[in-house]
Design a protein around this ligand. Structure first.
Ligand code: CP
Ligand code: NVA
Length: 308
């Protein structure tokens, strides 16, 4: 089988996502009905974490075990990576011992170098630039709850971070629009995100205008992991960018609210919104498990004949 990695959302085509979502629906159903599905016995996933995680670690570890395989957690703090072993050497060694590898790290260049030297598929579990597994779960969740996302409007309120950049890549693949509102100085650089153009997003000074008419309103922390030194400055810069009930009321009446979590109530989102009726954040978190199981299956086994 041809070696494939999943480092950015645009590594896969729309057809491949359609297939993955079909597999996700089936895998989720089997899980809900306690039916065993163990296609990956004797297969091992290594998970390398250079940053903290709850959802990503748990969903990959539980998911691999539910597929009949084994997952091994490696923190850079207690591996030789934390003592300066070159990432290329680590990739060569680790990929001779396991079948698939998930990496959460800082610079995207690090995971690229890892993948270039890996014999096994590499999955991006978050870098400073992208978080494709999260958007995989988010788009599956939207389709599951609301139907096709094509032609819809997603309002992104807040930081231009790994989540925002991945939404922007996804918009080109699924043909939806992202309304982005972010404070001055936090600008989109389409060339750095690998966008084909500027047709699928529109920038708004006022976040209320960005939310207006949206089918989905979403945000994320003001300070991402690795940027803690900027936290105080960011609290000031983003003070007007809290998704509250008034902002949600600008969106369509049946709009949903998403947040990748962890969230800070009273900062990027009010408690009334994240704990309110339009919030789908718990479904969104759960679907990380099901979508990533489909992703691992696809990278290791290729296309499976869909069972009816
Ligand atoms: N959303 C997400 O990736 O959560 P964790 O940081 O807990 O993995
Ligand atoms: N943008 C956040 C996402 C956390 C899941 C971060 O990188 O910290």
């Amino acid at each position: 089988m041809q070696l494939r990695h999943y480092l950015q959302f645009n590594d896969f085509s729309r057809e491949e996502y359609a297939y993955l979502f079909e597999r996700t629906r089936w895998i989720k159903q089997e899980f809900k009905e306690y039916r065993r599905y163990w296609p990956l016995t004797d297969r091992t996933l290594a998970m390398i974490f250079d940053k903290n995680s709850t959802r990503t670690r748990l969903s990959f570890e539980a998911g691999m075990s539910q597929l009949g395989g084994t997952a091994i957690y490696l923190s850079t703090r207690d591996t030789q990576l934390g003592r300066g072993e070159p990432v290329e050497d680590a990739a060569r060694v680790i990929s001779r011992m396991v079948d698939i590898i998930m990496v959460r790290t800082h610079a995207h260049d690090t995971i690229k170098r890892f993948a270039e030297n890996s014999r096994a598929p590499v999955i991006n579990g978050l870098t400073d630039e992208f978080h494709p597994c999260q958007i995989l779960g988010d788009i599956f969740t939207f389709i599951e709850l609301k139907g096709s996302i094509s032609g819809k409007t997603v309002a992104w309120i807040g930081d231009i971070n790994n989540m925002c950049s991945t939404w922007l890549q996804a918009a080109e693949i699924f043909d939806f629009k992202v309304h982005v509102s972010t404070p001055p100085g936090y600008d989109i650089h389409p060339e750095l995100i690998g966008l084909k153009g500027a047709d699928h997003f529109q920038e708004f000074v006022n976040p209320m205008d960005a939310a207006s008419g949206a089918d989905l309103v979403t945000t994320d922390v003001w300070t991402s992991m690795g940027f803690e030194d900027e936290a105080e400055q960011r609290k000031n810069d983003f003070a007007a960018f809290c998704v509250d009930s008034e902002m949600m009321s600008m969106a369509k009446s049946d709009a949903v609210f998403m947040h990748c979590l962890p969230a800070h109530r009273g900062e990027e989102v009010s408690a009334a919104v994240i704990d309110g009726a339009q919030s789908v954040v718990w479904d969104e978190a759960e679907n990380r498990l099901h979508t990533q199981k489909a992703l691992i299956e696809y990278l290791l086994l290729g296309k499976i004949k869909i069972e009816s």
